[in-house]
Design a protein around this ligand. Structure first.
Ligand code: F6P
Length: 383
C-alpha cells in the first residue's frame, strides 16, 4: 500500500493483559481485510501509544505527513517488531500463528494520563487527522470507561470489548480471558493437591480478581477446591475465620487428608490492621492459631499460603476464549458497519453476542449467578 488508507479502523489493548486478546486482534484484522475490505491500524501499548503519537505530531502538518508515511512504509511485522512503531498498519502475516497465544501482540498498558480531558482531546485530534473511522478498545473496566469518554467527546465510532480475567463487568456473562484463567487455576490446584495430600496440609491459594470473586468461585467449582472465600460475602469477621478453620478441621476428622482454600484478592477482614498483607497469609495465621488451641485434634496441622499472582494472566488461551474473541470481533464489525451504528461494548448475554450501549444496566442474572455458584460449591464440597 503506497497511500495512507481511507477511513481505517484502529484497535488497541488496554489495562491488564488477558488471554484472548491476540485471538481478537487476529479476528478483527482478518475480518477487516477479508470480509469488509477495511484496513486496521494497530496501536501499541493501549492509550499510551496514542498519547505518544499525538505528542509527536502535536498538530504539525509536516509531522503528521511523516507519521502517515512511516505507517504506510512499514506495515505489519516490520513496523511492529523491527521498528517498534506506535501505530502499525496490520496485515495478514503479522496476525498469523497468534490465535491462542497469551498476552497481546500490540502490548498493553494502564494510562493514568488519559483521565485528563486535554490528553483525550489530543488523541481525538490525532485520530481525526488520520481519518480514523472507528476505534476498538479491548480491555477491562477502566479501559472501557476511557472508550466511553472518547465516544462522548468526539464523533468517532467507538466499540469496547470486555477483556479481563476479573470477570467484574456486570453486563456480560464472560469477559475474554476468564475461561483461560479458570483453566490455569484448575491446573494449579491439581498441583497443590498432590503435595497437600502427601503431608496432610492445608493450602491457601490467593487468586486475582480485584473486588470480584468470580474467578475464585468458578475455579473452586471446576477444581474441587474444598473452600472458597470471596469479597461478595462482606468483610470476614473473626467469628467467620473460626468457622472456616473449624470446618477444615472437622473434614480432617472425617478422613480428609488435605484442604485447598481459594481466597480472592478482594476479600477484606473486619479486624485487619494491615490491609495490604496478602489474604493467604492472614488466613494462614488465623487457621494455624485455631488448629494449635489446647486439646485440638490436629495441633500439627500446617497451612501453606501461596499468592498465585500473574501466573493467572498468562498461558495459551482456551478454545472457548478464542471462539468468544472471534465472535466479539465479528460483532464489533457488524455494529460499526450497520446502517444505524451504535457505540457500545460487545457482551455475551444468554450465550448470544450483542453490543450493549456504554453505561448499560447490569444483567440482573449476573449477581444471581454468583450466589448460585457459591451455593453449588458449598453443596459439592461439604463432607
Ligand atoms: O485486572 C486484572 C488484574 O490482574 C487484577 O486481577 C489484579 O488485581 C491486577 O490486574 C494486577 O495489576 P498489575 O498487573 O498492574 O499488577
Amino acid at each position: 500500500m503506497s497511500t495512507f488508507p481511507d477511513r481505517p479502523v484502529a484497535v488497541l489493548c488496554s489495562g491488564g493483559d488477558s488471554p484472548g486478546m491476540n485471538a481478537f486482534l487476529r479476528a478483527v484484522t482478518r475480518l477487516g481485510l477479508n470480509r469488509h475490505q477495511i484496513p486496521v491500524l494497530g496501536i501499541r501499548d493501549g492509550y499510551q501509544g496514542l498519547v505518544r503519537a499525538a505528542r509527536q505530531v502535536n498538530g504539525h502538518p509536516a509531522e503528521l505527513a511523516k507519521l502517515k508515511a512511516r505507517i504506510v512504509a512499514n506495515t505489519g511485522a516490520k513496523g511492529l517488531i523491527e521498528l517498534d512503531q506506535d501505530i502499525i498498519l496490520m496485515d495478514h502475516a503479522c496476525v498469523s500463528g497468534i490465535v491462542g497465544r497469551g498476552g497481546t501482540l500490540l502490548g498493553s498498558a494502564r494510562c493514568l494520563e488519559f483521565h485528563k480531558p486535554e490528553v483525550r482531546r489530543s488523541v481525538i485530534d490525532l485520530l481525526t487527522s488520520l481519518g480514523v473511522h472507528a476505534l476498538v478498545v479491548v480491555g477491562g473496566d477502566g479501559s472501557l470507561t476511557g472508550a466511553r469518554l472518547l465516544a462522548d467527546e468526539s464523533d468517532l465510532r467507538v466499540i469496547g470489548v470486555p477483556a479481563t480475567i476479573d470477570n467484574d463487568l456486570q453486563f456480560t456473562e464472560l469477559a475474554l480471558g476468564v475461561d483461560t484463567a479458570v483453566h490455569t487455576l484448575v491446573w494449579a490446584v491439581d498441583h497443590f493437591i498432590d503435595t497437600a495430600r502427601s503431608h496432610r496440609r492445608v493450602m491457601v491459594l490467593e487468586t486475582m480478581g480485584r473486588d470480584c470473586g468470580d474467578l475464585a468461585r468458578m475455579a473452586a467449582v471446576a477444581s474441587g477446591a474444598e473452600m472458597v472465600i470471596t469479597p461478595e460475602g462482606g468483610a470476614v469477621t473473626h467469628e467467620r475465620l473460626i468457622e472456616y478453620a473449624a470446618k477444615i478441621e472437622t473434614s480432617m476428622t472425617r478422613g480428609r487428608r488435605h484442604a485447598i482454600v481459594l481466597v480472592a484478592e478482594g476479600v477484606k477482614f473486619s479486624h485487619d490492621t494491615t490491609p495490604d498483607r496478602s489474604r493467604a497469609y492472614v488466613l494462614r495465621d488465623a487457621f494455624e492459631s485455631y488448629f494449635r488451641r489446647a486439646g485440638a485434634p490436629y495441633p500439627d496441622l500446617e497451612v501453606r499460603p501461596s499468592v498465585l499472582g500473574h501466573l493467572q494472566r498468562g498461558g495459551h488461551a482456551t478454545p472457548q476464549d478464542c471462539i468468544l474473541a472471534s465472535r466479539f470481533a465479528e460483532n464489533a464489525w457488524e455494529s460499526l458497519l450497520s446502517p444505524e451504528p451504535q457505540n457500545g461494548i460487545t457482551a455475551l448475554q444468554h450465550n448470544r453476542v450483542v453490543v450493549v450501549p456504554f453505561g448499560a444496566e447490569d444483567m440482573p442474572d449476573r449477581a444471581r449467578f454468583s450466589r448460585k455458584m457459591d451455593e453449588l460449591h458449598e453443596d459439592l464440597s461439604s463432607w
